[in-house]
Design a binder for this molecule. Structure first.
Ligand code: NAI
Length: 517
């Protein structure tokens, strides 16, 4: 049954399951956070306590206060220890210091505890008017949370050319793909989409697509579908009700999960979970809202939604359902809404929170949700994971060179350098498009060139010594800043071609020029 429909059955306030779960307190680390954080986190804690969630809260510090004390990661040791002990975090928004080199405490927390799965439920809420209201939107975005461009490995390769490495691992793909299927299983969802840019980024995004398709075989009861990510953005807007679960790499998921939140009321009401093997962290999607901090204007809906996700994660399903129902009733009744949602007189954060708490104990109709079960975290071997092909060989090398002259001039020098050292220059590309030998068109070049050398050896196989000799030769005339080996694993090229690059290698030059020392 889909969320957002009213079920007329009435439920007793405390079920037998709840009474059993009351027996043991669950320890949870709370990070009140910055700006409106303490207000909305306080509201969620009050609701949890009133609902009888039976939680032992451990208040810990992170963010602005920690930065002010000179803790450059924004996360003190005491907080790290508390999280390592409890494994469950209810987290307020943390400000990222503005300025060059300032680290984000949010990213530190995610990376430190390897919370690789970002889960963002997208479901219509009653009383929240959006252009999509009534469409029964109810899906979950599963975003890989620690890899991709967010590995943050960036370099200025020349004074005018920046590079960021998009790191995607088979292990990371397997973990996130399995998590998406496990989540679907735990919520009785029938379809998992994998949205990638594998048509262009064949190695990186392609790895998620290939891994997703391999993992899908283990989940025969769930339909697995691949979709190009730009079409996914389009489909989310024109037919969002088609989705159940969508899994994506980090940056695609970052962007599309915010788009998805916009379909059901925006960042102010959206919550997310960051799941890892040892730690699960629950938070509102919004930031610290410094413009309204301390004024009683903050809407705690998103934080209460995060609380609901946390309660389900720790197995307190009945309490979670009651809190969720109380929140939805409060939004639907609409008489105690904070300024961001109120049409008439607005309520304060505290008044809204009290209204939710009142709904917990009111004889209420239950907002029937789906039957939730615990998510089985995927068992993927922990470090180190080595992928071993049956065969592998290096067949060439890409040398990245900074040069201010033309493709033809550089081409002549690189052809010579290759011929001296047992390589043929196959091509030179500029920002990914072949420019030497010229293939026509109007490529606007910069001083950053990728020179692709292929071994001239019939039997293949390039030694490191040969690559060093090539580099020594190249550096006689040009400034190189980066090298990539061209490898084949199991006979398959482990690199992509440039735009316009042919399958055929250039003929070997017969008149090698001497290598400038
Ligand atoms: P923001 O989400 O804090 O605020 C954007 C706008 O939404 C503001 O007008 C704000 O008043 C409003 N708003 C946000 N949450 C609200 C709520 N619960 N109730 C009513 N109105 C709400 O985004 P902004 O201004 O870009 O970021 C402020 C700080 O928060 C920055 O330091 C940023 O780095 C940090 N941040 C932290 C996040 C986290 O801890 N997960 C996520 C996003 C931002």
């Amino acid at each position: 049954m889909t969320m957002g429909k009213i079920d007329t059955n009435e439920t007793p306030i405390h079920s037998a399951t709840d009474l059993r779960s009351f027996a043991a307190k669950t320890a949870v680390t709370v990070l009140p956070g910055d700006g409106i954080g303490p207000e909305v986190v306080g509201a969620a804690m009050a609701v949890a306590d009133a609902a009888g969630a039976n939680i032992a809260w451990e208040i810990a510090e992170a963010g602005a206060q920690s930065f002010a004390k000179g803790i450059t990661s924004g996360v003190p040791h005491a907080t790290i220890n508390s999280i390592a002990k409890t494994g469950i975090v209810l987290k307020g928004p943390l400000e990222t210091p503005v300025g060059f080199g300032g680290k984000s405490a949010n990213v530190t927390l995610r990376k430190l505890f390897e919370t690789y799965g970002n889960i963002r439920p997208i479901a219509e809420l009653p009383g929240i008017a959006t252009p999509f209201a009534g469409r029964n939107i109810d899906f979950v975005v599963v975003r890989e949370n620690v890899e991709d461009l967010y590995a943050g490995i960036e370099h200025m390769q020349t004074p005018g050319v920046a590079q960021s490495l998009k790191i995607i691992t088979q292990k990371g793909c397997e973990k996130i793909a399995r998590l998406a299927f496990e989540l679907a299983k735990s919520q009785g969802r029938k379809t998992v989409h994998c949205a990638t840019k594998a048509n262009i980024l064949k190695q990186t995004e392609g790895l998620l697509k290939r891994t997703f398709e391999a993992v899908a075989v283990d989940y025969p009861g769930i339909t697995a579908k691949h979709m190009i990510v730009d079409n996914c953005a389009h489909q989310m807007v024109i037919a969002p009700e088609q989705f159940d679960v969508i899994v994506m790499t980090n940056m695609n998921g970052d962007i599309l999960s915010d788009l998805a939140a916009g379909l059901v009321g925006g960042l102010g009401v959206a919550a997310s979970a960051n799941l890892g093997d040892k730690v699960a962290m629950f938070e509102a999607v919004h930031g610290s809202a410094p413009d309204i901090a301390g004024q009683g204007k903050a809407n705690p809906t998103a934080m209460i939604q995060a609380l609901v996700m946390m309660l389900r994660h720790i197995g307190k399903f009945d309490v979670a359902e009651r809190v969720s129902a109380a929140l939805k009733e409060t939004l639907k009744i609409g008489t105690h809404l904070t300024p961001d949602l109120a049409k008439g007189v607005a309520a304060t954060t505290a008044e809204f929170t009290q209204a939710v708490i009142a709904q917990l104990t009111a004889t209420q109709r239950v907002w029937s949700g789906r039957a939730y079960a615990p998510v089985e975290m995927p068992k993927v071997a922990r470090n180190p994971v080595t992928v071993t092909p049956a065969t592998r060989q290096v067949i060439g090398v890409d040398v990245f060179v900074e040069a201010a002259d033309t493709a033809a001039q550089l081409g002549a020098r690189m052809t010579a350098a290759g011929a001296e050292t047992g390589f043929k220059l196959k091509m030179i590309s500029n920002r990914g498009t072949q420019v030497f030998p010229a293939i026509g068109g109007e490529v606007d070049t910069v001083d950053h060139w990728r020179c692709r050398f292929i071994t001239t050896s019939e039997v293949g196989g390039v030694s490191d010594r040969q690559i060093m000799a090539l580099l020594a030769c190249v550096s006689g005339t040009d400034r190189w800043m980066h090298v990539e080996k061209l490898q084949q694993f199991d006979g398959v090229d482990a690199f992509t071609k440039a735009q316009g690059e042919s399958d055929n290698a250039l003929p070997v030059t017969t008149t090698p020029l001497p290598c400038a020392a």
